[in-house]
Design a protein around this ligand. Structure first.
Ligand code: XUL
Ligand code: CO
Length: 443
C-alpha cells in the first residue's frame, strides 16, 4: 500500500527495522514485524495500536501552562475540514510507523457540536472519512469509546449522575459511539468511567450510583444485541483522577462489580499500566489477576512515573515492565480481540511532530525487546521449573484430594499429626538475578 502523503508530515520518513546495531533513531532496533518468536510473527504478538486522543488532540498543556505541541496541520477550529485533515495526518503517521490498529473517543474524531443532531451528523460524516482511510491503508479500529468525562454536564458523572437527563445524554452518546465502532468494523468498545465515582461521600449514594452504572452497561449490551455489534466490550479500571474514587478502581474491584451485576460474561477488562500504578499495584499483578479470572481482554500500554502520584501516561520505555507484560501474554496465548494501545503522551517538552515518531518507536522497540526477553526466559526454563517444583506437593494424592473435595478437615488434622513440613526457600533474589542475566543477554 502506498504511503498516504500529507504535506504536513511529508518530511517524516517511513520507519524500518535496521537491527540492534543501528544508530539511526528513526529506525527500529528490535521491532522486526515478521520475525518469528515462538513460531508466530512479532506483529501478531504485538498488536500495537495508536490512540487518536493523545496523538492528534493532546496539545501537551498542563495545569500550569498551555499547550506546546506543534501541529502545523491543525487550524484550531472545530470544522469538519480540520477534523478530516487531522484524521489524514493520523493515518499517515501510523503508516510511517507500521502500526496496524487505532483507538478513538467520539469527540476526538468528530466535532462535538451543540446538539445531539449535529453530533450525530458529524460522527456519521467522520465515520465515512475514517472508513475510507482504513480501506486505503489497511489500518483497523481496535476499539472505540465515548468521552463521557469532558463536557461540563458530566461533572457529577454520566451513568452515575444524580440527574437522569445527564444519564440520557451519556446513553445517547454511547449509542452513537457503538454504532460508529460497528460501522468501522471495530474489534472492541471500551468503557472508562473517569467520572463514574465521587468527590465526596457527603452527597453520594454509592449503592444507587453503582446500580446506575451497571444499568448503562446492560443497555449497551442490549443495543449491541439488536444491531449485531460483535466486538468485545471492555471496562478499563482506574482508581481515581479525575474523580477522587472510581467504582471500577482496580481489576479485582471491577471483577466484583461485573459479577455483582451479572455482566461478567459480556464485559472483559482493558488494563492500563499507569492505572495499576495509581491503584498501588504492579501491572504484572493486575494482568495476572485478570488472566486468572479469564478476563484479560486488552492493554493500554503506557507507564507512570515512580515520583509522581498522577497519570503521567508516559510511553512505555521500561524493559523490565514490558518483559513482565510479555511473559503474561505468552503464557496466556496472546490477546484474542485486544491489542497494545499506546494510551501515552509525549512530555510537554517533546513538542515537535517528529517526537511522535520517536515516542512510538521507543514504545514499540521496548515491547519487541520485552517479547524477546520473555521468550528467552521461557526457553531457559529455570523460572518455570522452579515454579513447578514449588507446588509439586500438590500433585500428591493428598493435594489432589484436597482440591477435589474428597478430604475433610478431620483427615487433614490426622495428616498434620503425622508430619511436619520442611521449610523451603522462595529464592526470590536468585530468581531476580536470573531475570537480570537473561534481560541483558537476549537478542
Ligand atoms: C484515561 C484513559 C482513557 C481511556 C479511554 O486515564 O486511560 O483515555 O483509555 O477513555
Ligand atoms: Co487508557
Amino acid at each position: 500500500m502506498d504511503l498516504l502523503h500529507d504535506d504536513a508530515i511529508a518530511d517524516l520518513p517511513k520507519v524500518e527495522y535496521a537491527g540492534p546495531a543501528s544508530k539511526d533513531p528513526l529506525s527500529f532496533r528490535w521491532y522486526d514485524p515478521d520475525r518469528l518468536v515462538e513460531g508466530r510473527p512479532m506483529h501478531e504478538h504485538l498488536p500495537f495500536a495508536a490512540c487518536f486522543w493523545h496523538v492528534m488532540r493532546n496539545t501537551l498543556g498542563d495545569p500550569f501552562g498551555r499547550g506546546t505541541a506543534l501541529v502545523p496541520w491543525d487550524d484550531g477550529t472545530d470544522s469538519l475540514d480540520n477534523a478530516e485533515r487531522r484524521a489524514r495526518v493520523f493515518f499517515a503517521l501510523l503508516q510511517r510507523l507500521g502500526i496496524r490498529w487505532y483507538c478513538f473517543h467520539d469527540h476526538d474524531v468528530a466535532p462535538e457540536g451543540d446538539s445531539v443532531a449535529s453530533q450525530r451528523a458529524a460522527m456519521e460524516h467522520m465515520t465515512g472519512v475514517l472508513d475510507d482511510l482504513q480501506t486505503q491503508t489497511g489500518i483497523g479500529l481496535l476499539w472505540g469509546t465515548a468521552c463521557l468525562f469532558a463536557h461540563p454536564r458530566y461533572a457529577h458523572g454520566a451513568a452515575t449522575s444524580p440527574d437522569v437527563q445527564v444519564f440520557a445524554h451519556g446513553a445517547g452518546q454511547v449509542r452513537r459511539a457503538i454504532d460508529a465502532t460497528q460501522a468501522l468494523g471495530g474489534r472492541g468498545y471500551v468503557f472508562w468511567g473517569g467520572r463514574e465515582g465521587y468527590s465526596t461521600l457527603l452527597n453520594t449514594d454509592v449503592a444507587r450510583e453503582r446500580a446506575q452504572y451497571a444499568r448503562l452497561l446492560h443497555l449497551a449490551i442490549e443495543h449491541a444485541d439488536t444491531t449485531g455489534f460483535e466486538g468485545t466490550f471492555y471496562i478499563e479500571p482506574k482508581p481515581r483522577e479525575p474523580s477522587l474514587h472510581q467504582y471500577d478502581s482496580d481489576v479485582e474491584a471491577t471483577l466484583n462489580f461485573l459479577r455483582e451485576f451479572g455482566l461478567e460474561d459480556r464485559i472483559s477488562l482493558n488494563i492500563e499500566t499507569n492505572h495499576a500504578t495509581l491503584a498501588g499495584k504492579s501491572m504484572g499483578h493486575e494482568l495476572r489477576m485478570a488472566a486468572a479470572a479469564g478476563m484479560l481482554g486488552s492493554i493500554d500500554a503506557n507507564m507512570g512515573d515512580a515520583h509522581a502520584g498522577w497519570d503521567t501516561d508516559r510511553f512505555p520505555t521500561d524493559l523490565y515492565l514490558t518483559t513482565d507484560i510479555m511473559l503474561v501474554l505468552l503464557e496466556h496465548g496472546g490477546l484474542e480481540t485486544g491489542g497494545l494501545n499506546f494510551d501515552a503522551k509525549r512530555r510537554r517538552e517533546s513538542m515537535e511532530p517528529i517526537d511522535l515518531l520517536h515516542a512510538h518507536i521507543a514504545g514499540m522497540d521496548t515491547f519487541a525487546r520485552g517479547l524477546l526477553v520473555a521468550a528467552a526466559i521461557r526457553e531457559d526454563g529455570r523460572l518455570s521449573d522452579f515454579m513447578h517444583d514449588r507446588y509439586a506437593s500438590w500433585e500428591s494424592d493428598l493435594g489432589q484430594g484436597i482440591m477435589a473435595g474428597t478430604v475433610s478437615l478431620r483427615d487433614l488434622e490426622s495428616q498434620a499429626a503425622q508430619s511436619e513440613p520442611t521449610p523451603r526457600s522462595g529464592r526470590q533474589e536468585m530468581l531476580e538475578a536470573i531475570v537480570n542475566d537473561i534481560l541483558l543477554s537476549a537478542t
